[in-house]
Design a protein around this ligand. Structure first.
Ligand code: CTP
Length: 396
């Protein structure tokens, strides 16, 4: 137990208290030890017993309760925390911490901890947007405290607006990313493209491909967890928007090109894993094409090669391409690396049945500009992403 990563979870009183139970459940599934401190008002919403059952740990509520051990509890919890999460965080706890008030178990423990403290606020939208609360948040951010922005929607009080506790999945992703063992991309900007593009034929039809975006999303998440600021330009996919990543959704080749060019100059590393359509309809039909008796011919014309353009414009960025091949995989990939002026190319054989398109796994060979070939076994796309950044990191 002692060696497990430990999250101390402060729960403060608001209707979203019950949602903290989902956070605990998800963290425990990732083998995280969760120690809960509830404020008195939190216990009015859900009993400590529920939190105790979910966390499988004694829940602390009272500064002056009969001690369970010889330690001074607010100090021992403050020391034990690897990450200190407050979810839901009321205006009250934010205000207390921002102003140095330590008058109960939770506020004293936050004051005493040296762990990263993350607040996930939840409150009425007028309270959240109140300049006093916003000023407190700004002050805490300046001091290194972090915030998981609340979501917008219909609030428990019936009002509409910002103030709902962020989804439990976002809170858990944020906490787990704090535990990530490699933090070598702090201060770096990483631009990733993912998914297919669509070439429109008429208002209802388009040409596209089987890319699901899984590889690109895994790369973006890996870069985020290593500390990078990530922009993800994504074609249409079913992947949920990952927490903490600037996701820009596009449809066409031209839209992807324009978004990529906007962010290219300021990026340190660019990974183009999108399956970009090379052709578009020569004539886009403004009206729906009606069927006739004979064949229908659609003439396709070449569209932008975005990666080639980046290779020409490159000024110090590390440029990584992907090569989806069905024959002479590595040889063709090497050709693309040279033609597009890349630093690395990730080659995969799309004929493989158990990896590649739509699969969670991939089997790739990473080729470097110097001609080194690194063949990886079949592994999850996230592990491919990890290997890729390890290789890039070794060169930086
Ligand atoms: N790419 C791009 N723009 C295109 C086509 C591809 O930016 N119009 C990028 C992809 O994101 C990928 C790399 O180029 O990183 C290689 O893509 P791939 O489709 O395998 O290569 P192509 O250059 O299109 O060559 P071919 O289709 O002839 O295999």
């Amino acid at each position: 137990m002692e060696n497990k990563r430990c999250v101390v979870l402060g729960v403060t009183g608001g209707i979203a208290v019950y949602k903290a139970l989902d956070v605990i459940s998800a963290l425990r599934k990732k083998d995280v030890d969760v120690r809960v401190i509830m404020t008195k008002s939190a216990t009015e919403f859900v009993t400590p017993l529920t939190f105790q059952s979910m966390s499988q740990n004694i829940v602390t509520t009272d500064m002056f309760a009969e001690p369970k051990a010889w330690e001074i509890q607010h100090i021992s919890l403050a020391k034990r925390a690897d990450v200190f999460l407050v979810a839901p965080a009321t205006a009250n706890i934010i205000g207390k911490v921002a102003n140095g008030i330590a008058d109960d178990m939770l506020s004293t423990t936050i004051m005493a901890t040296r762990a990263k403290v993350i607040f996930a606020p939840a409150m009425n939208t007028n309270m959240y947007t109140n300049p006093i609360v916003q000023e407190n948040i700004a002050k805490l951010k300046k001091l290194g405290y972090e915030f998981i922005e609340p979501a917008s929607g219909r609030l428990a009080c019936g009002d509409e607006g910002k103030g709902k506790l962020a989804p439990a999945s976002d809170i858990v992703e944020k906490v787990l990313s704090e535990f990530y063992d490699k933090k070598d991309l702090i201060g770096k900007k990483v631009l990733v493209t993912a998914g297919p593009t669509r070439a429109n034929i008429d208002p209802v039809r388009f040409i596209s491909n089987r890319s699901t975006g899984k590889m690109g999303y895994a790369i973006a998440e890996e870069a985020r967890d290593r500390g990078a600021e990530v922009v993800l330009v994504s074609g249409p996919t079913n992947e949920p928007a990952p927490y903490g990543i600037n996701v820009i959704k596009i449809n066409t080749n031209e839209e992807m090109r324009s978004e990529v060019l906007k962010h290219f100059e300021t990026s340190d590393i660019v990974v183009k894993s999108a399956a970009v359509a090379d052709y578009k309809a020569k004539e886009y039909s403004e009206n729906k094409i009606k069927k006739g008796n004979g064949d229908l011919e659609i003439i396709l014309t070449r569209d932008n090669d975005i990666l080639k353009e980046l290779g020409e414009k490159k000024s110090g960025q590390i440029l990584v391409g992907f090569a989806a091949e069905s024959q002479n995989v590595v040889e063709n990939a090497k050709g693309k690396l040279i033609k597009k002026n890349l630093d690395y190319i990730v080659a995969n054989d799309i004929t493989s049945k158990d990896s590649g398109f739509a699969s969670n796994d991939n089997r790739v060979t990473i080729v470097t500009r110097e001609g080194q070939e690194l063949s990886l076994d079949k592994m999850s796309k996230r592990e491919v992403a990890r290997n890729l950044f390890d290789i890039i990191g070794g060169k930086r």
